[in-house]
Design a protein around this ligand. Structure first.
Ligand code: MSP
Length: 515
């Protein structure tokens, strides 16, 4: 297996400020990126903004700004939100970046030269909020877009078309044949089956340009037209890997290992994007993973409904670490779910304040009280070694297959097991009896805390480091994690002098603001 990983999030539209829907995907990608870095891989992690949407000039005018100024302001909002959430992307790409505009021109020229683009008249219905054409059968009985409850616009123009239909057989093969070396692994499996089903029904060609309005990337072979915003946006993944200006970088990173997004835009990523790549002579992505869509208190989050939560609100209430953890582990990654303030609070208290926080405080207090914080070493028991080894293997497998909730529940299991150990062993009684077993028990508790810290490190970087540091381990948490992943469970042992941990997950009684 290759030692490098190229992972992407969607590039987000700038008509909305960043909300926890965007944060959900971005934090998940960051968890993967951090995990891979810790396990010794080279990572390229790309996120950014999709700025050439048709709505932008009007939104900018309403704000009294030029389109570019408007986008500059919104891109800055996204950058700020990701910095506050501790996102470790290697590049924040904007579709208005010059190297991206070069990439769009280059790839469209290739498609045109290869005969995959032709001129035709497009007549249909267009939803500007989806930025896509809708067929009559997709509309509600009242003729509205089902996602935006708005009437689509009637559209008739001479445009360029991409011969998507010509790629159907190859795409079917790449997506369904697990033995193909160029397989596009679409996950989760149920969504792959949906895509395969749709492909079997057939593929229509798609319109890929519009009459130029002064906003968007001009077609290299017809200056009167601009590229369809989705074609422009998808190409960002090639730009981010270095196409066309840094061919050496591109050779190192292409194809992408994981395009991460929600199910709403899986079709674009698993069908249209690979077809563009095939047409232009590039390799297709190795994996396209679509997670579920979440509602907030049972309703779709939307500006008009006024129930949008900004990532900063979660950070204010729970702190960055817990905000990241809670977001991506609240319901199984891949399925749809609901997020409610009550459930966020409940999980914060149960998983973090009670489970992790208490275990850490109790264990550090034991070391202090029973050993004056100078903990004699004891070898890890065979039972604990076996338990932790199997849990760490399970954890790695969960992260590699993007089952983030399962990865987090390994950490919970390890901590539950340690909390049970305290009850069963009753260290206070061992202390009273001057029983030397106390040394083994406290060592076991610290080793368990360290194992949980390794698992939690990609989710909660600072809290995990603090958990690890409390054990006094002579090595850092990432070095420890790398050793553990390489099979050395003894790297979880505490050091000689343990430390009193900072208050990690204080109970928080004030309600999350309701806007
Ligand atoms: N600009 C396009 C993507 C182009 S990528 C080449 C776009 N942007 S978007 O701003 O609408 O972002 C959609 C993505 O935001 C979803 O696919 C998902 O990653 C994330 N989410 C937004 N709201 C979400 C939820 N309520 N639940 C889960 N993910 C959410 O589409």
């Amino acid at each position: 297996m290759s030692d490098r990983r190229y992972i992407t999030t969607p590039i987000y539209y700038v008509n909305d400020k960043p909300h926890i829907g965007h944060a959900y995907t971005t934090v998940a990608a960051d968890v993967l990126a951090r995990f891979w870095r810790i396990s010794g891989r080279k990572v390229l992690f790309l996120t950014g903004t999709d700025e050439h949407a048709t709505k932008i000039p009007a939104a900018a005018a309403a704000a009294g700004k030029s389109s570019k100024e408007f986008c500059d302001g919104m891109a800055a909002e996204f950058k700020k939100a990701w910095a506050a959430l501790g996102i470790t992307h290697d590049r924040f790409i904007r579709t208005t970046d010059p190297d991206h505009i070069a990439a769009v021109g280059d790839i469209l020229t290739r498609l045109h030269a290869a005969g995959h683009i032709y001129k035709g008249v497009y007549e249909g219905l267009y939803c500007a909020s989806c930025e896509k054409f809708l067929s009559e059968s997709e509309l509600t009985p009242d003729g509205l877009c089902p996602d935006h409850a708005r009437a689509p616009e009637k559209y008739s123009q001479e445009n360029y078309f991409f011969r998507l239909s010509g790629f159907r057989d190859r795409l079917l093969e790449l997506i369904s044949d697990a033995s193909s070396p160029d397989r596009i692994e679409v996950l989760p499996e149920e969504r792959r089956n949906e895509i395969i089903g749709k492909l079997k029904v057939g593929l229509d060609d798609i319109s890929i340009s519009r009459a130029a309005t002064g906003w968007g990337v001009t077609l290299p072979f017809d200056k009167s037209q601009t590229a369809y915003v989705w074609v422009d946006a998808l190409i960002n993944y090639a730009t981010g890997a270095g196409w066309p200006l840094s061919p050496e970088k591109f050779a190192e990173w292409w194809p992408a290992d994981c395009h991460l997004m929600a199910k709403d835009i899986l079709w674009f990523h698993s069908v249209i994007w690979p077809a563009i790549l095939l047409g232009a002579g590039f390799k297709t992505p190795r994996r396209v993973f679509a997670h579920g869509f979440f509602t907030l208190d049972g309703a779709k989050m939307s500006k008009t409904r006024g129930n949008v939560i900004a990532p900063s609100e979660l950070i204010e209430r729970y702190g960055v670490d817990a905000a990241r953890y809670l977001l991506v582990t609240l319901f199984p990654f891949g399925t749809d779910g609901d997020v409610s303030r009550t459930e966020l609070d409940r999980r914060y208290n149960s998983d973090l304040a009670n489970n992790a926080g208490n275990l850490l405080n109790r264990t550090a207090a034991m070391s202090e009280k029973y050993f004056g914080s100078v903990l004699p070493a004891a070898p890890m028991t065979a039972g604990l070694k076996e338990f932790l080894s199997s849990r760490m293997a399970e954890y790695r497998c969960a992260v590699e297959s993007v089952r983030l909730h399962a990865a987090a529940s390994v950490a919970r299991d390890i901590m539950d097991n340690a909390n049970r150990m305290v009850q069963i062993e009753a260290p206070w009684a061992l202390f009273k009896e001057k029983n030397p077993r106390l040394i083994t028990v406290v060592n076991s508790l610290f080793s368990s805390i360290n194992a949980a810290a390794v698992c939690l490190r990609p989710f909660m970087p600072s809290a995990a480091a603090a958990m690890w540091t409390a054990s006094g381990s002579p090595i850092g948490v990432d070095e420890g994690a790398a050793k553990v992943f390489a099979g050395d469970i003894s790297a979880l042992a505490p050091g000689a002098t343990t430390a009193r941990p900072p208050a990690l997950f204080p109970r928080n009684a004030s309600p999350l603001s309701r806007k």
